[in-house]
Write a protein that binds this ligand. Structure first.
Ligand code: CUA
Length: 361
């Protein structure tokens, strides 16, 4: 296949005329671009972790900016690709000979178009920059005083959430599934518990690093009830990719009810679960806490109301019976490198612990 463009002996830039190879490349490139343009946003919108739609005062301007910049980029790409295709494909009044070259002559005004192109590009870029800076300023701080403050600590490889209150008796700790009330801003105090992590819930915006030894403040807001998936976005070790979280947004009444329930100790276990509680406190209680019991560890997630969570292992496994049983018996097979060791318990004892965990509602 002859080259699509090059320089002739007089130093003129030339493009190949009527080259079938060039035409095929252009047609294929357009087909691929159109296919990608249709498929990618469709697939992205259906993904659990996506930033092409948002809910809330913080996410909405960011989503508009995202689509705006995407649209500008697509228009620029189409215009440039169209001009390139036109140049490759067609030179009016001349024949189509493979490998033949046509010089771009100065009297055709080609250089003027160069200046016009530079000016148009500069204006479009300037517009994008102004829009971006405006959005950044807009989402810097919430318009209203945050209704709730949550201290979120990133740890290898899960998230601890401590709900703060002026009344210390109202404070509690949970993990990986953060409930928030809808329609109001929620302040987040981000801390790195061991290494640097980064908190991101794309549909609510709010991407910010969690760094050891300092507290980074940000805010999120959900305008509609729902479950919004988040993810650690700073490489933090072997299981970085399995450090997810869920933000559950619910109406204020439900949120207050949930908070009150979190403060209460779970119901006392009976029978097999009671035996499991003893094994749990002996084997797991130095790392995990369950309110109102001797299990008061703080190294791992607080499990006081474990059964109210949809997921385990930091949002990556469903919280169903078989998965939970597998997880407590052999966590390393599900999340290699996890800080959770397999407990030194017999199968019978593991079944008891499983029965106990299922009572933590
Ligand atoms: Cu935590 Cu990546």
């Amino acid at each position: 296949m002859p080259p699509v463009s090059g320089w002739d002996r007089s130093g003129n830039l030339c493009v190949a005329k009527g080259s079938p190879g060039g035409q095929v490349i252009v047609v294929r490139a357009f087909q691929a671009a159109i296919l990608l343009g249709i498929l990618l946003p469709g697939a992205a919108l259906a993904a659990p972790l996506q930033y092409l739609s948002g809910a809330g005062d913080k996410a909405t301007p960011v989503v508009w900016l995202t689509w705006g910049v995407l649209a500008i980029s697509v228009i620029v790409m189409v215009v440039i690709a169209g001009l390139l295709a036109g140049a490759i494909w067609h030179r009016p009044g001349q024949g189509w000979t493979v490998g033949d070259k046509a010089p771009i002559l100065a009297d055709e005004g080609g250089l003027n178009w160069l200046w016009i192109g530079v000016c148009v590009s500069a204006l479009v870029l300037l517009f994008s920059i102004v829009w971006t800076v405006k959005v950044l300023a807009q989402i810097q701080a919430p318009s209203a005083r945050p209704a709730v403050t949550i201290e979120v600590t990133g740890k290898q490889w899960w998230w601890q959430a401590r709900y703060l209150s002026d009344d210390v008796s109202q404070q509690f700790t949970t993990a990986n599934e953060i409930h928030i009330p809808t329609g109001v801003p929620v302040r987040l105090k981000l801390i790195g518990g061991d290494v640097i992590h980064s908190f991101w819930v794309p549909q609510l915006a709010g991407k910010m690093d969690a760094i050891p030894g300092q507290t980074n403040e940000t805010w999120i807001e959900a305008s509609a009830p729902g479950t919004y998936r988040g993810q650690c976005t700073e490489y933090c070790g072997l299981q970085h990719s399995k450090m997810a979280l869920l933000v559950v947004a619910e109406p204020d009444f439900d949120f207050r009810k949930w908070w009150a329930h979190q403060l209460a100790a779970p119901a006392a276990p009976e029978g097999r679960a009671l035996m499991g509680q003893a094994d749990f406190q002996g084997q797991c209680g130095s790392c995990h806490a369950v309110r109102g019991t001797e299990a008061e560890g703080a190294l791992g997630p607080d499990l006081s109301h474990l059964m109210q969570r949809a997921t385990i292992a930091s949002g990556v496994l469903p919280n169903d019976g078989p998965t939970l049983a597998h997880w407590i018996a052999d966590p390393q097979s599900l999340k290699p490198g996890s800080q959770m060791p397999a407990p030194a318990l017999s199968e019978y004892q593991l079944a008891n612990v499983h029965a106990y965990l299922k009572t933590l509602d």
